[in-house]
Design a protein around this ligand. Structure first.
Ligand SMILES: [Zn+2]
Length: 255
């Protein structure tokens, strides 16, 4: 059995017994790992209080045979993102990214760019109001889709090749793999976007680490996030369970 030390985000956890937890890790080095942390809830365990949702931790993992849960034998909290726990919108956004990673990354298939984008969202969004949280979430969603091979084509119509800049009546279609213009659109698929939303989406997709500065407003953000969630669910073939709560919180957000 090989023992490995790696940087892990806790993307899910569940009580296994009185003293143990099942934890779903997303590691930079090894990708997703489904693990059990035996005895971590015991009073004297050095792991007690660790392995909290969305913590960044250095963990020691003992790999077991395929089909079995790997073992977490030690952990050290590297970063806790404390502000995230009181920023419900950012927390719900992190849940969306966790859902996307579970749906798009296979076990033990590393995606360091996705890992880095997720950490960046956790770091930057905790102290932000709803506008910036939305932009950062859109950026990380697009990063994950790109890194896992589901990137939507946004600069031109996937059917006829017409440039999307300045065009309204576009549709974001998962079955076609990106934006489709009003002349090529199949009415049964896709999510309608006006010219402003298309421009915002392209801008955020191409922003290099400064997506937070893009202010798109809550109403536009709501439409874009809805469109990208719809695209992701159809592309990944799985429901993004946290999307509804995020959109509900965004509707009621006051800052
Ligand atoms: Zn077209």
């Amino acid at each position: 059995m090989e023992q490995l030390k790696c940087n892990a985000l806790i993307i899910g956890r569940n009580r296994f017994s009185e003293t143990s937890l099942v934890v779903w890790l997303f590691t930079r080095e090894l990708g997703r790992l489904d693990c059990i942390a035996k005895g971590c809830r015991r009073e004297k365990s050095p792991m007690r209080g660790h392995l909290d949702l969305f913590n960044l931790e250095e963990v020691v993992v003992v790999e077991r045979s395929r089909g079995s849960l790997d073992l977490v034998t030690d952990s050290d909290v590297t970063e806790e993102f404390v502000g995230l726990r009181s920023n419900y919108l950012a927390y719900a956004g992190a849940c969306i990214l966790g859902n996307m990673i579970t749906a798009s990354c296979m076990l033990r298939d590393p995606h360091p760019a996705t890992f880095d984008s997720f950490v960046s969202f956790l770091r930057l969004s905790a102290a932000e109001g709803s506008d910036s949280v939305c932009t950062l979430l859109l950026k990380s969603m697009l990063d994950i889709l790109r890194d896992t091979g589901f990137q939507p084509r946004l600069d031109e119509c996937v059917s006829c090749g017409k440039k999307t800049s300045g065009l309204g009546g576009m549709s974001l279609s998962a079955s076609r793999g990106g934006l489709v213009c009003s002349e090529c659109v199949d009415k049964s698929h896709g999510f309608g976007l006006d010219a402003g939303l298309v421009a915002s989406l392209n801008y955020i997709a191409n922003a290099n680490g400064n997506a937070k500065s893009v202010v798109i407003g809550r109403k536009k953000a709501y439409g874009l996030i809805q469109a990208l969630i719809d695209y992701s669910e159809h592309s990944l073939g799985k429901k993004i369970k946290s999307a509804d709560i995020f959109l509900r919180l965004l509707k009621g957000a006051t800052n």
